[in-house]
Design a protein around this ligand. Structure first.
Ligand SMILES: [Zn+2]
Length: 118
């Protein structure tokens, strides 16, 4: 999370300051395997941005679903929350259609950061 905040702060330096009276927002999209939970991520964010220009930004956090692409039957779909153990380094899940065990793709790291205000 520290790296993410450092990255956002670096991005913020490249753009003009949000005008007074605006309600700036930081849009953050992360994979579910990158974070413990949405609440923990929000909490970490709020602590890390204290005293930085980001403190006045509202966090718009989206946890993106992990998707499964089955190599056997070509099933493609998002997995429900909790289907994958974030501590598992190479998580495998059963395909809901054919039952084949497939490695989970993605879900780690930050997939999008956007700064915006009116
Ligand atoms: Zn399948």
């Amino acid at each position: 999370m520290e790296q993410v905040i450092a990255h956002i702060l670096a991005e913020l330096k490249k753009v003009d300051d949000p005008p007074d009276g605006s309600s700036p927002e930081v849009v953050l999209r992360v994979g579910p395997l990158a974070v413990h939970s949405e609440a923990a991520t929000r909490q970490a964010y709020e602590i890390l941005v204290l005293g930085t220009p980001l403190a006045r930004f509202r966090l718009n956090l989206t946890i993106e679903p992990v998707t499964l692409t089955c190599g056997k039957c070509s099933y493609q779909g998002a997995l429900p929350e909790g289907a994958v153990d974030p501590h598992d380094l190479s998580p495998l899940v059963e395909c809901p259609r054919c039952g084949a065990v497939s490695p989970v793709q993605g879900g780690r790291g930050v997939s999008g950061i956007e700064l915006r205000w009116e």
